[in-house]
Design a protein. Structure first.
Length: 142
């Protein structure tokens, strides 16, 4: 049997609270919502399994002024930029939806919605600092 330490339990509780807050504000698309979207959009989305099925953060889609929807190029660039971190989809969504000090308290998701065509210099800086380095490597504290 695996037991959680109090710090791990606290982190798990905070993660769950974050998910519930996102769900409360309707920030997720469901499988049913995705069925109404073109395949080109669905292919660019990541999701997380929650009670009741898969959920896909709505920040992964931008509504252009002419009524069309698209996965913002900035989102695809950010996912590629963060790939070396090796994060699973859940952690990537959590990081992207949380306030970030490098973005003056905005979340990466908010930055993508404000600047959907490309990753801003500030978002790139935040992402590069989020990628763990190997011990003894560049940027390492060891």
């Amino acid at each position: 049997m695996v037991t959680m330490r109090s710090g791990q339990a606290a982190q798990a509780a905070l993660r769950e609270e974050h998910w519930q807050e996102m769900e409360r504000f309707g920030d997720f698309l469901t499988d049913e919502d995705l069925a109404a979207l073109p395949q080109t959009i669905r292919d660019g989305l990541i999701g997380v399994r929650r009670p009741g099925g898969m959920r896909y953060p709505a920040f992964q889609i931008v509504n252009w002024g002419d009524g069309t929807k698209e996965v913002p190029p900035a989102w695809l660039q950010l996912v590629e930029l963060l790939a070396p971190a090796g994060w699973n989809d859940e952690f990537l969504i959590l990081w992207t939806s949380a306030p970030n000090a490098y973005l003056e308290g905005a979340s990466p998701a908010q930055t993508i919605q404000s600047f959907p065509t490309e990753v801003t210099a500030e978002l790139r800086y935040a992402a590069e600092r989020a990628i763990p380095t190997r011990p003894g490597g560049p940027g390492s504290w060891q």
